[in-house]
Design a binder for this molecule. Structure first.
Ligand code: PMV
Length: 355
């Protein structure tokens, strides 16, 4: 092919799951479907320069820079990603790649950058594919653009499961579900039903309770669901919570929303506490914050709730119209439980952008 060299840059966000993905099969196939809000401010920007190799070779040749500095320790993860996607992107070995990446959120904030990072990289790979083959889609029933995003999400999934939910906004579903048309284990889709306006500007303030390295990597975590005594019940519950959320998303019923989202977060942690080996990923301050949130909700009737990832940080979710009041509450009551008083204000976003 004719393309000798060039560069492409994508900026892609993180996402926060409402129904959690926890447990996977071979080839990054999720054990249960999940749904997430795409975020707006927590983003990874990745530039990929490509230069055709003089001779074809059998290796992936790439250099990696993180915030301007060469980063050898991230290389194995990227090497593994390229190996997994090779059969879908065979042209990668024809090019020497220079990958330059940076995050909008503070380094080692305890915020996983795998969803934003892997989705940005997958989009760069797709942009290279598109340069090589502008008539990307060979399927008559699907437009070039839809094909582009679908394949990018498919590739991102192979980098990190939840990354396949980061490309578009505002609500993304991933994993086969009998009542969600178009749903697939292979890629994320835009949630296909009506969603109330309140969710399109939902706020997510991330309270940084523990900025340290994760105690359990998510790949180890997913494996703990193999042979887990409650696995089958949990997977069934995720399906049923997705069913319940359909009504909630359409109606904007925040009471129901809160009940499902908080239960999902606690169930995720309950799975880790009841696996073999077992883990407690919450910290004392995680529980302090949760109790404060409950008190505030009870006493002010403000519809705020929490969710958690596989770590100690707390995501505080609430409608935009309560922003002022909630930020005041955070400053007065929650900041004291955050490491170095740090938190990140984010909200629902529209997905990745090509720069
Ligand atoms: O994408 P992974 O393999 O890092 O798994 C992420 C899993 C959770 O963040 C805990 C839940 C989710 O659905 O995002």
């Amino acid at each position: 092919n004719k393309v000798e060299k060039g560069e492409v840059t994508w900026k892609s966000p993180s996402n926060i799951a409402l129904v959690k993905y926890w447990g996977k099969k071979e080839n990054q196939i999720p054990a249960n479907p999940s749904v997430s809000f795409t975020l707006k401010n927590c983003k990874t920007t990745t530039k990929m320069e490509f230069q055709k190799k003089p001779e074809p070779s059998a290796t992936f040749d790439f250099e990696l820079y993180f915030e301007g500095k060469k980063k050898e320790d991230f290389k194995p993860k990227i090497q593994q990603f390229f190996e997994r996607i090779e059969q879908y992107a065979p042209f990668l070995k024809d090019y020497k790649l220079t990958i330059d990446t940076e995050n909008s959120f503070p380094h080692s904030s305890g915020i996983a950058s795998s969803a934003s990072g892997m989705s940005a990289l997958a989009l760069c790979v797709m942009s290279l594919e598109k340069e090589l083959n502008p008539e990307l889609s060979t399927l008559a029933e699907i437009t070039n653009e839809a094909f582009f995003y679908r394949k990018a999400s498919f590739l991102a999934r192979l980098g990190s499961g939840s990354a396949c939910r980061s490309l578009e906004g505002e609500l993304i579903e991933w994993g086969e579900h009998k009542n969600i048309p178009g749903s697939s284990d292979l890629f994320g889709i835009k949630y296909p039903f009506e969603i109330d306006e309140v969710f399109k500007s939902f706020q997510d303030t991330i309270l940084l309770v523990d900025k340290g390295q994760k105690q359990v990597s998510s790949s180890v975590g997913h494996k703990l669901m193999h042979g887990h005594p409650f696995a089958e019940e949990r997977f069934a519950q995720a399906h049923s919570n997705l069913d319940k959320l359909k009504q909630v998303f359409a109606s904007g019923n925040l009471e129901e929303f809160i009940a499902i989202v908080e239960s999902e977060a606690l169930t995720l942690h309950a799975m880790m506490m009841s696996s073999n080996p077992y883990f407690i990923l919450m910290k004392p301050n995680t529980l302090e914050i949760i109790n404060k949130i409950w008190e505030f909700r009870e006493s002010t009737k403000t519809p705020i709730c929490f969710t958690l990832d596989a770590g100690a940080n707390v995501h505080l979710l609430y409608p935009e119209k309560h922003k002022e009041k909630v930020l005041e509450f955070i400053k007065n009551e929650l900041v004291a439980y955050c490491e170095k008083g740090q938190y990140i204000c984010d909200q629902v976003g529209k997905g990745a952008e090509k720069l």
